[in-house]
Design a protein around this ligand. Structure first.
Ligand code: ADP
Length: 222
């Protein structure tokens, strides 16, 4: 059986730089994998390939058995909506919408809205008392918890996170990681999380280390 995520011989060349120089990676379904490495080593580029936000100049990416090259732009957008949840360092919440509406917007783009389900998702991330607050009325940690609820509201099979705690202090980072751990245990979606923070990477079951566009180390944690 093919792994849930398979990357084969992926290169990503830019005019001025070679971001990936031959990456092979297989990740089994349900696994939580961290990607670490120095700044500029290609972590975000790799994550973007997995999310179909970018494509390799050479090589292949398969997600859940689908060769992403075979998808048209519309099919890719649909594939992303149905299978993938994203969390970035910036929350990218819509500033004039409440927490509840931000989560419901994600439901809307996926299929249809269900306010009680969205409310339940916000309660699960500990924000039952912040349903009607706008992002500016929330702390950074609370905003990031809304993005977790938003990323997971449509039950994606894969959660891609790029420095999700990059703007948070230690206490809020710990809160987010504990939250992800609980949700991952409950739902066993696959997580690929890019971070340069050892406190964050160690929550995974596997750590892949990149350097200069290549994977130089790949270790299971338990
Ligand atoms: P990391 O996430 O590990 O910091 P990136 O994947 O962002 O690394 O970048 C890897 C390399 O590719 C870097 O040298 C970066 O400058 C280069 N790069 C990334 N995106 C672009 C782009 N859009 N245009 C040109 N070079 C880029």
């Amino acid at each position: 059986m093919m792994d849930f995520i398979t990357v084969r011989g992926a290169h990503r060349e830019y005019q001025t730089a070679s971001a990936l120089r031959g990456v092979d990676l297989e990740i089994a379904g349900g696994v939580w994998c961290s990607i670490v490495g120095p700044s500029g080593s290609g972590k975000s580029t790799l994550l973007n390939l997995l999310g179909g936000l970018d494509s390799p100049t050479k090589g292949q990416v398969f997600i859940d058995g689908v060769d992403l090259r075979t998808l048209s732009e519309n099919e890719m957008a649909r594939f992303r909506r149905e299978k993938i949840g994203f969390i970035f360092q910036q929350s990218y919440l819509i500033p004039y919408l409440s927490s509840l509406d931000n989560v419901m917007l994600s439901q809307y783009f996926h299929s249809m809205t269900d306010s009680s389900e969205a409310e339940e998702a916000l309660k699960r991330v500990g924000l039952g008392h912040r349903l009607h607050h706008r992002p500016s009325e929330l702390s950074g940690g609370e905003q990031q918890r809304v993005t977790v609820a938003r990323a997971l509201i449509n039950s994606p099979k894969i959660l891609l996170a790029d420095e999700p705690t990059g703007n948070l202090d230690r206490e809020n980072t710990k809160l987010i990681m504990e939250l992800l751990k609980r949700l991952h245990e409950e739902e066993r979606f696959t997580i690929v999380l890019v971070t340069h923070d050892p406190f964050v990477s160690k929550w995974a079951e596997r750590i892949v280390t990149m350097e200069d566009g290549r994977i130089i180390k790949d270790e299971p944690l338990y």
